[in-house]
Each structure stands twice: as C-alpha cells, then as structure tokens.
Design a protein around this ligand. Structure first.
Ligand SMILES: [Zn+2]
Length: 538
C-alpha cells in the first residue's frame, strides 16, 4: 500500500512538472543572446489612438548602451500589430520575424560602451483584452454617458501586446517618455508626471515623463472623460503629489472613497519605507476593469466599494474596512514596482509580499490581532496543489497560492523573527537594499535570512518550492506531549510556539518523534495559530 501511495505521489509530481513549452515561450521568457548584449536606458513611446477604429499607430525610440559587441538585436511586438520599419540614425534596417520576436540586423558597428538608438515604427489593431487585467490587451469600453473609456493592461502577456520593447523583466528602462494623441474631449493619463498637453486640429497630445526605472507591464495608457483632483501628502521624503483621475460622474464619490489612499501611504511608508517614486508622484486612475499596479498610476476599478468588489476575501470582517484595490495595487509600488522580479517564475515576490501588505494595513490601523484574523482568514483560499515558484526562462508563473500562501508564509516568518521592530526593519531594508532593482527569489530569501539572523531556507523551500502544507502530528500521554512533522521536505524543522496548560513555550519538532514534558498532567494544548501548518492529534 505504501509503495502504491509513493507511486501515485510520483505520478502526480510528474503530471505537475510535465509542462510543454514552445520556442516562443523561450524567446519571450529567457535572456536570449540578442537581448543580453545591450542595456536599456530610455524609451520614448509616441502613439496615436483612434478609438472609433480600435486602431493605434506610432513609434518607440529605444536607447541602449552596448555591453558586448553584437550586430543582431531582439525587439518584441505581438501580432496582429505590425512593424512598419526600424531605423538607426535615420537608416532603415533589415529584420527577420519569429511571430512575437523580431531580430534586427544593425548596420552601424556596435562598440562596447556606446549609447545608440533604434526607432521602431508600428501600427495595427492591437489584441483586445478578453478579461482585463488577467487576459489583457486593449480594453475599448464606453462609460455610462457613451464616451470612450479605454485602458491597457498586460502583465504576464507582455507589454509587447501593445508596444514594441525589450519584453523581458530583467532589464528595466531607466526613464521614459510617453506621448499619446487621442480625440479632443478625452484625456489620456499615463505613468509619471504630465509635462504638457498640445492641442492639435482634431486631437490632443499629452506628454508624460517617468523619471524612475519602470517595468514594461507597468506602462499604461488610460483614455476617458476624466476629471482630476489632488492633494499633497507630507511623507518620509517630503511632499508627495497624489493625483486622482476619475470619470466625471464619479467625482463626489471618489473624493470620499479615495481617503483610503493617504491612509495607505501612511501605513506602507511606516512598514516598507519611503514611497519609491517621489519624483513621479502617485496617482489613482479609474479604469473599466478591476485594477492593476501600473507604476505611479495605479489603476482603479473596484466600483467605489469596500473589500474586493464589496466582498471580504478573509471572511474576518476586517477586509471590509478598506478598498482592496486601493490597498493591494498600491502595495505593489514597493513590491513589484520598486523590487521587481527578473523572471515571472518568482512572481510571489510581487504577490506574496503585496497580499501580506493588506494585513500590514490592518495591523497599522486596527492592531495586531485584527491583522492576524485577516491574514489567517485568507488561508481558506489556499489550494496547496502546486508549488508557488513557476518555471524559469519560459515566462511561466507558479501557483495562484503565491498570494495568500505567500502572505501566510511571511506571517509565519514574522513569528520566527519574534521581534516586530526587527521584522519592520527587514521589510524596510528590502526596499532599500533592492531599491529600483530587478531580483531573483534567492536574493530576497538570502536577505531575509541574513537580517533575521537565522537560516530560513527550509521555510522558503517548503512553502515556495514544495506544494504540501506541513502537518504537525501530536499525542498527549499524561504529562507528555509527543510531536513530529509529516508531509514536509527533509530539512524542515520549523520551531513553533505552543501553550501547554496555559504556559507558552517554543517546541522544536522534526520528522522524528520528540517529547516535551509538563510539570503536571496535560489538560490543554494550543498551538499558535499564526504558524501556517496543519495540526493533527493522534
Ligand atoms: Zn497583486
């Protein structure tokens, strides 16, 4: 029987890993030789949007530094959009296309250290979003007054679904300019700060400037019949512009509802450190889909409700104290936009920490016990069927457990650190150590281990790389408590807190049976609920 179970477990594990990937997945998801030799400096995306035709056209100027000499450069753009031409120094270049990836042969000798530019001209009817933001692209919607209401979203799918770029997360552009031309009467809101608006005959062009490094999927355009209000937040690094763009009819509602935004800023600056993009300001921009962490222009579509579209995903009641989208998507300014994964396989770095940020918000305003209720309440959404870390170099993220299981792993680590001020220093330290950087999960794991003063690799390996939830089996005999872990990786020996006969103490379980003796017969045993494990009395 045991052999049969082992065989079944083996077959399940094969089924979990037997993913097939295509050449396109590798071209999208790996640092190909045609990407590795150049370092992105600057983009100027300059496009015209024609809503009636659902058509876009324009160009992207890509400035880069040559790291190693090479004459072939990969740029990404997804059909049905078409590249019209690519130039360098005004001269047309030849390129070969493999669906989404285009290989440009450069005429000018690319010498190490040189800063060069190519300009990619393109046009077409971009992929329409099927279920934004998850299955993204262009959302061509109308508001209740029949006005155009348009937005882009592209995480996972890739920014190359609507503009040509180096579509891999490892290399963030240092700064960017976004120029968008759209019909008069509508406004475009993008990332960074509005530099100017130019009136043309039938159109307007808005120019937005992003002064900080930005990841590709964070770049967005939002076109609608917007009105604007703003405030200045006195933050850790001085005055911060907070701007809000909402549909005309929603102005009064938004003025009340968006009071969660400065509250968010207060809680997250306390726990995670200064907002990472002071020069670019912070914005909430209303969109026709739920929301997305677009850097310095967080998009909002939670219908001015508390919770997640009015629901509390934790079931604890605390989830209805705040607007989930304002808190969660803004939490990503620290974990996703400031600290960005190099490979989407490590997406938990974005979603685990940001799901954790929800309970940090609750902790800041409603106290530690409320925050515990919240994060523990979200455990019911965890599947424990496949690992959180996905597949490297093929643009494949891991299990959706990266959100709530990721948050509960971090909450468990907070218990192991057992010092809230130290834990806060670690969270703030991460945002300083990896400021404006792209990272691997290993860098994050090593930093947290080093700063907490204990080797947490077994915790990360168990919760991120294995799918099983640890089970603590225990037996009570007279004054003895016996316990061991099952359903764990070999190295897993996480200590936990337990209250035996009302006396709190740490125990150090492993896969071998161990016992702890109490002075008198044991009448009550309560394992600390903050450690994310399953307990089972035998
Ligand atoms: Zn998220």
């Amino acid at each position: 029987m045991r052999k049969l179970i082992l065989l079944l477990m083996f077959l399940v594990s094969i089924a979990n890993t037997a993913q097939t990937f295509t050449e396109q997945d590798s071209l999208r998801g790996s640092i190909t030789p045609e990407r590795a030799w150049w370092d992105l400096n600057y983009y100027h995306l300059d496009i015209t949007v024609n809503p009636d035709e659902k058509y876009i056209s324009g160009k992207n100027t890509i400035r880069y530094t040559v790291l190693d000499e090479n004459q072939v450069l990969q740029v990404d753009l997804q059909p049905p959009l078409k590249i019209e031409k690519i130039t360098q120094d005004g001269k047309k270049l030849k390129f070969v296309s493999k669906t989404n990836a285009h290989f440009v042969t450069l005429k000018k000798k690319q010498q190490k250290g040189n800063v060069n530019e190519i300009v990619v001209y393109y046009s077409g009817h971009p992929k329409e979003a099927i279920n934004a933001p998850w299955d993204g692209g262009f959302s061509w919607k109308k508001d209740e007054n029949g006005e155009h209401f348009i937005a882009t979203s592209c995480q996972g799918l890739g920014a190359s679904v609507w503009w040509p770029n180096k579509d891999h997360m490892y290399d963030e552009v240092d700064s960017m300019r976004i120029s968008v031309t759209n019909p008069k009467g509508l406004s475009n809101i993008s990332n960074g700060k509005l530099e100017k608006i130019v009136e043309n005959a039938k159109t307007v062009t808005s120019h937005w400037v992003v002064k900080n490094p930005i990841n590709n999927y964070g770049v967005n355009i939002n076109i609608g019949d917007y009105v604007h209000f703003s405030e200045v937040y006195e933050g850790e690094n001085g005055p911060l512009d907070m701007d809000y763009y909402v549909l005309k009819d929603n102005l009064e509602k938004a003025k009340i509802h968006f009071k969660d935004a400065p509250k968010m800023m207060e809680a997250f600056e306390h726990w995670f450190g200064p907002y990472p993009f002071y020069e670019d300001g912070f914005k909430l921009v209303e969109v026709p889909y739920l929301g997305m962490e677009h850097q310095s222009s967080v998009t909002y579509g939670n219908k001015y409700k508390k919770g997640y579209l009015g629901r509390d995903t934790s079931g604890s009641g605390w989830g209805l104290k705040f607007d989930f989208i304002i808190i969660h998507e803004s939490g990503h300014e620290w974990f996703a936009n400031n600290i960005t994964y190099k490979d989407v396989a490590d997406m938990w770095v974005h979603e685990g920490f940001t799901a954790y940020s929800e309970n940090i918000f609750v902790d800041y305003f409603y106290g530690k016990e409320a925050a515990e209720d919240y994060v523990i309440g979200t455990r019911k959404n965890i599947q424990n069927k496949t690992p959180i870390i996905g597949f490297y170099d093929v643009n494949k993220e891991g299990s959706g457990d990266m959100y709530t299981k990721g948050a509960n792993m971090l909450h468990t680590i907070r218990q192991l650190v057992d010092n809230d001020e130290k834990w806060r220093k670690i969270l703030r330290g991460l945002n300083k150590e990896f400021y404006h950087q792209t990272v691997t999960t290993k860098q994050i794991e090593d930093y947290v281990s080093a700063q907490s003063g204990r080797d947490l690799s077994m915790i990360f390996d168990q919760y991120l790389r294995d799918y099983r939830l640890p089970i603590l089996e225990y037996k009570i005999t007279a004054n003895n408590l016996a316990y061991r872990y099952v359903s764990v990786i070999d190295s897993f020996k996480m200590p936990i807190k337990v209250v035996i006969n009302e006396k709190e103490q740490w125990i150090f379980p492993s896969q071998e049976w161990k016992t702890t003796a109490a002075p008198t017969n044991i009448t009550t045993v309560v394992f600390d609920r903050n450690f994310y494990i399953h307990t089972k009395q035998l």
